[in-house]
Design a protein around this ligand. Sequence first.
Ligand code: ATP
Length: 304
Amino acid sequence: MRILMSACKQVVQPMVSFQGPGLTNINMDPFLRRKDKVVIVMGATGTGKSRLAIDLARHNPPAEIINSDKMQVYKGLDIVTNKVTEDECKGIPHHLIGKVDPDSDFTANDFKHHASLAIESILERDRLPIIAGGSNSYIEALVDEHSEFRMKYECCFLWVDVAIPVLHSFVSKRVDRMVKVGLVDEVRKMFDSTTEAEYTNGIRQAIGVPEMHEYLHCEASGSNDDETQERLLQAAISKIKENTCILAYRQLQKIRRLQARRGWNMHRLDATEAFLKHHAETNQAWEKLVARPATRIVRQFLLD
Ligand code: ATP
């Protein structure tokens, strides 16, 4: 059986039909083709896409998640790239995360290929594929530059949105938390002071790596006193925050472009209020503003 009850497929027009004299349309295809369904969770960095994907997978028919963050596909730098932890995954299988050689270059074409294989294998298991991640160029390549995709699959786009000033403040605090739990050490372990600085390939492009170069280079050469080193570290952290905010802004612009120019029908979920609350109230607001509405949208999508 292919997927999740027949309700999970959308009936599409027959491929071939003809109008004979005095006849109504005759369907030459004895079986109406149905498209398989795929959910795509989009949003800028820090908005909670991974959390929503996991929420959806827990509250809908069996589902599996395919990562579409171009830095999280690589092995390593789990803190820097903010990968979901095993605990956060809540037993939901995740694909294309932490698998690729960090020195290789995983391209949009590689993503199209591997994401398609993952979608097919998930559907074979009668489960719903949920694609989640911030690399909008990868999602665009998969959905609109992959001739077969729209023919084979019906997509439900969910967009988790957070007002930019609120998101900026959140991602700045997230960088501070990353530093507390070991960002510097993680980058230091892969830092090679003997080679020329090269931050254009693989995982070294991740925000958090190039920004640490000067600090780690001076640390390795022992050329600075402690005070100067501390100043360099604080400058690197500020730069990571700044670049993360720029990334969030660019991702948001790109989502708006996909909506306006490509005509993607996105369901926007405004999570801003949830980000302004504290502790338990955050979770309640998230449930109310994001998780429950998204679950309803996906259930309806699966029934249509
Ligand atoms: P673009 O077309 O600009 O590459 P995109 O949608 O394909 O956009 P993004 O996911 O926005 O890709 O990533 C752009 C850049 O942001 C990456 O090359 C990387 O430097 C950085 N980046 C993205 N995701 C992460 C992450 N999880 N951790 C650290 N840096 C990241």
